[in-house]
Write a protein that binds this ligand. Structure first.
Ligand code: NAD
Length: 978
């Protein structure tokens, strides 16, 4: 901002602040108790978190005693500021008369709070609100609140509601047309995420097509009725497809000539300014003006957390001053380009409003030609002051049921009760001068997480076009290299025996992904000899050399990650995101074990005067690695990398359903300089070649991951000592699971349904960690099952090289037949709630999602691993019973709980008996270093891959003690006497 503008900003700002001070009806004085409550929230962080969490769960608490129980649990350690709910009432509310009184008071209070921000639950109430606002000279933008749209059935309902709202809006006009005209009519805000249930990161093209299909009729209807429409902006992951949908639709005739349409942009995004520039260019080409609603953005915390968890670049500005500065820069761009774009200044920040007014003056933009927007229930006092400046003010009015509207309310409360909020500051006169200062753009930095923590490899952020394009190019390239011949590798030399097996594409088995050499008994024997010889040398190499080799492999894999992922798509039928996740997990294993080896081999010991004790590790020798096919790169890499970095040599017998990807890893290791014989590649049938190797006396250790049946057999065979053997074999056996997710009565169903769908049907349910059971607590059953089945029915099924398909084929013909057999058997003992029949073109091994309900807890559906897209729902009367049911299998791998009851979460922490327990999230996708993975009981030996203890499995520990006293003389030790 130049100096002259800055001066004007200050003058206008002072006028606005004066006006504000004069309007005595501030937001927080609306109701005394709201003011008391909000005041307490502002001051006390612990209280704020508990109070907002409680408000979030409240809609599910239909039972009075349950409500009181939650209230007691949430406010155990923080003082509740609601005067109406006395602590006496709470403490004595259990069970009898006080519970309904306390519960009733709380519901009434929170509903009253919600009513301040939500414009109405039905047409009549909404009409009244709109009427009142129009009466005061405001325009409106109506936003339909609701739950997330998890299924196409829910999308259809939301679409219908939006259309009904549009129909009603003209009748709101009826009573006061003059005001309506003056205020530029009414506006409907739409949320793209509620109009396609499969909206995703990778399937951008598919999402845009579906969104256009749903939004087009709404726009046509709005245009016919003279109501404007604004596309709301949502999370960063949706930004690109919202912008694309908007542009593509608005270039279609007759919409192309319509100026009653707009889009929101968020100044907290670093890319916002560039987005606005390209939107302006596009609007110039389009030829009709569009509205740009400039907001700061309401998902800042979510964006920072999501980026942090995925090791992604944070897309938002980290400092409030930077967001503010960006807001002003975007305002400048908007006013410079009026009327190509029409500024909609949606902020409660007085300085930003003053900047807008000053820029309008500078560019000669008539005050009637742009508008301010403020939030219903929070900005009307601001609105009154702004209308005084001759600029139209529109109130953004969320409408819908108070209960589903609670999450909106929580966001609004968060926005307005955290330290940096403007409204809070504007009420405090000390801040007023500061409020008009230009934003401080400095990046403070610091305070971020520690430098030393292991960082996981970031997944592809497929919403970015460049990343999608590269990935698609890798798929194309790999599709032209399928069908090659893959050798055995013994002592560094490739062998091409006559006997081969074919690895087929499960989405189209007529496509051969690779022709793989099949080892015979002699070759298996040769591999052991080669490995033994190599172990003697490799075991004496320096740990640094081994670490560097692993890091080199990680580096090369990082460069070729898309290509490796593409091979997985063709060989095992992983979706884009699943394939990408498997490759980066492999990179993580290499980097993590390299790092851990450095610590492990440092050596240790107690040194006393006269006695030196040295504690160290040495490799075991020859490690036989037997992986499953379902994480074709990550699991193989994890086991192989752990064995190699600890100085062992490896014989890798790949899974017969995924040998090509395993070979690609071996080849990469060779290219990175792995000495001959240190890794040997011996494909062949498990029952013959696998067992021969397991029983070989020169194999020291077996690292197995696979089914329980094979794991138990390997464990038994390797325990049989034969005469030539000099050691007991060490066996790691990571096996299957029958994993349950408990859905509690108070669970957030938006989250629970999403998490269960992802955990049960991600990669067609073919993960050891997959959810194959849901134990649902009485009280939420009907709603949960309805939403779950509708959501599962909406999943797109098809070949995984197309990112629109989220459910691909199962691995093989054998698996296909086995799973279909289990489904038929299941129909005899449980209720089939859903079976989606996939289209069977191309002969792929597709099976649509299947959900059984009323499943007996002792039946095979509840007890045995099916390893396919089949989910069993079991009923429980209480949370305690649900835990018992979930524990009542022979397995102990993963489990999950969706609950907002602190006591139930605590109970699960202690009693839910699994190796990996997940609270309020999906149960798959453990990350190296963050969630060390593995189960106990019949799920395995629980050695926790990707954890600190894993490498210990691959070494022997030695202690060397030396008497350093010679002829009465011992070297000095630090701090001792010579
Ligand atoms: P699987 O047990 O059929 O095969 C695993 C490996 O063992 C393959 O390489 C196979 O060739 C080999 N094999 C088979 N019979 C053998 C024998 N008699 N002797 C030696 N080797 C033999 O399992 P799968 O179908 O490849 O994988 C799916 C299973 O793996 C599921 O049960 C899943 O739960 C489990 N799994 C567990 C984990 C975990 O970390 N706990 C991870 C992934 C998969």
């Amino acid at each position: 901002m130049d100096d002259s503008i800055e001066k004007r900003v200050e003058e206008i700002g002072v006028t606005l602040l004066e006006g504000l001070r004069a309007s005595s009806t501030g937001f927080w004085s609306k109701e005394h108790w709201i003011s008391e409550f909000a005041g307490a929230l502002m001051e006390d962080e612990a209280l704020r978190i508990e109070a907002l969490r409680f408000i979030d769960v409240l809609p599910t608490l239909t039972d009075d005693a349950d409500l009181v129980h939650h209230l007691q649990s949430y406010f155990e350690s923080v003082e509740l500021p609601l005067s109406m709910v006395s602590h006496w009432g709470l403490e004595h509310a259990d069970g009898f008369i006080a519970a309904p009184v306390v519960a009733g008071t709380v519901r009434a209070s929170v509903s009253a709070l919600a009513r301040n921000f939500i414009g109405g639950e039905n047409a009549e109430q909404i009409g009244k609100t709109v009427e009142q606002l129009w009466g005061k000279g405001y325009a409106v933008s109506i936003d339909l609140l609701g739950e997330a749209a998890l299924s196409e059935a829910e999308v259809a309902m939301i679409q219908q509601k939006n259309s009904e709202l549009l129909q009603k809006i003209p009748s709101f006009h009826g009573f006061s047309e003059a005001v309506v005209r003056q205020c530029n009519g009414a506006d409907l805000s739409i949320k793209c995420s509620s109009l396609y249930s499969q909206i995703g990161r990778a399937n951008v093209e598919d999402s845009v097509e579906h969104l256009k299909l749903r939004i087009r009729p709404l726009l046509q209807q709005a245009m016919a009725q003279g109501v404007s429409v604004t596309f709301d902006m949502e999370q960063y992951d949706h930004r690109h497809l919202i912008l694309r949908t908007f542009r593509e639709l608005l270039m279609e005739p007759p919409l192309r000539h319509w100026s009653g349409v707009g889009i929101a942009l968020q100044s907290y995004l670093r890319e916002c300014h560039a987005d606005l520039e390209s939107l302006i260019e596009w609007a110039q080409v389009r030829g009709a003006p569009v509205n740009v609603r400039l907001v700061r953005g309401a998902y800042w915390d979510t964006e920072v957390v999501i980026a942090g968890l995925n090791s992604w670049e944070v897309p938002v500005w980290m400092e409030k001053g930077q967001t503010d500065a960006n807001y002003e820069a975007c305002l400048q761009l908007l006013f410079e380009h009026y009327p190509v774009v029409r500024p909609v200044v949606a902020t409660h920040n007085v300085r930003s409003q003053a900047v807008a007014l000053a820029l309008a003056e500078q560019h000669g933009v008539d005050p009637q030609s742009f508008e301010f927007q403020v939030l219903y229930g929070m900005g009307e006092h601001l609105g009154a002051v702004l209308t005084g400046q001759g600029v139209p003010v529109r109130i953004y009015v969320p409408v819908g049921e108070l209960i589903p509207g609670m999450s909106y309310l929580v966001r609004r409360l968060l926005e307005n009760t955290t330290g940096q909020s403007f409204i809070q500051q504007s009420l405090n006169s000390d801040f007023r001068k500061e409020l008009l200062l230009p934003p401080d753009r400095r990046e403070r930095g610091g305070g971020r997480s520690s430098a030393d923590r292991f960082r996981n490899e970031p997944p592809r952020r497929f919403v970015r076009e460049e990343e999608r394009r590269q990935f698609a190019a890798a798929i194309d390239a790999v599709s032209t290299s399928l069908g090659g011949t893959i050798p055995l590798l013994i002592g560094g030399k490739p062998h091409f025996p006559r006997e081969t097996i074919h690895s087929l594409n499960p989405a189209d088995p007529s496509v051969v992904v690779g022709e793989i050499a099949c080892a015979n008994g002699q070759q298996a024997e040769d591999a052991v000899v080669a490995a033994r010889e190599a172990a003697a040398v490799w075991g004496r190499s320096s740990v640094q050399e081994r670490i560097e080799l692993l890091q080199r492999v990680a580096g090369r894999l990082r460069e070729r990650r898309d290509e490796f992922a593409a091979w997985e798509i063709f060989e095992v039928g992983k979706s884009w995101q699943e394939a990408d996740a498997d490759v980066i997990e492999a990179i993580d294993f290499l980097e993590y074990y390299a790092r851990e080896a450095g610590t492990l081999f440092q050596g240790d010991g107690v040194v006393l005067q006269g006695e030196i004790n040295h504690f160290s590790y040495q490799p075991r020798g020859v490690v036989l690695v037997i992986p499953p096919w379902n994480f074709p790169l990550a699991i193989v890499t994890g086991m192989v990398a752990a064995a190699l970095v600890t100085g062992n040599s490896v014989i890798l017998k790949p899974a017969s359903d995924a040998p090509v990807v395993a070979w690609k890893l071996v080849e990469l290791m060779q290219q990175c300089g792995m000495p001959d014989g240190v890794i040997n590649f011996i494909p062949g049938p498990g029952e013959t070649i696998g067992e021969q190797l397991v029983q070989h006396p020169d194999v020291d250790m077996i690292a197995f991951t696979g089914s329980q049946q094979v794991g138990c057999r390997i464990n038994a065979l390797s325990g049989q000592v034969i005469p030539q053997q000099h050691h007991l074999k060490h066996v790691i056996a990571e096996m299957g699971g029958k994993n349950a997710v408990i859905v509690d009565r108070d669970a957030d169903l938006d989250e629970a349904v999403k998490g269960v769908i992802q955990s049960a049907f991600g990669f067609q349910g073919q993960k050891c960690s997959a959810a194959s059971c849901v134990v649902v607590v009485d009280g939420v059953r009907e709603r949960f099952i309805r939403r779950l089945t509708e959501a599962a029915a909406s999943i797109r099924i098809g070949a995984p090289d197309d990112p629109a398909n989220l459910l691909g084929p199962v691995i093989s013909k054998v698996a296909h037949e086995r799973i279909l057999g289990a489904i038929e058997a299941g129909k005899q003992i449980a209720n089939l709630a859903l079976q989606v029949e996939p289209k069977q073109d191309g002969g792929g091994y597709f099976i649509g999602p299947v959900i059984f309900t009323e499943v007996p807890a002792d039946s095979f559906l509840a007890q045995e691993e099916i390893f396919g897209p089949v989910l069993s729902v079991i009923d429980a009367d209480s949370f305690e019973q649900a835990i018992e049911t979930a524990n009542a299998t022979r397995y102990g791998l993963t489990g999950g709980v969706y609950s907002r009851d602190p006591h139930h979460l605590e109970l699960a922490r202690h009693r839910f008996n699994v190796g990996n327990l997940y609270l309020n999230r999906g149960i798959t996708g453990a990350l190296v270093g963050r969630q060390p993975f593995g189960g106990f009981n019949m799920s395995g030996t629980c050695n926790k891959t990707g954890g600190r203890d894993y490498l210990l499995q691959f070494v022997h520990a030695r202690t060397v003690t030396e008497n350093s006293l010679r002829r009465g003389f011992a070297p000095t030790i630090e701090g001792g006497h010579g």
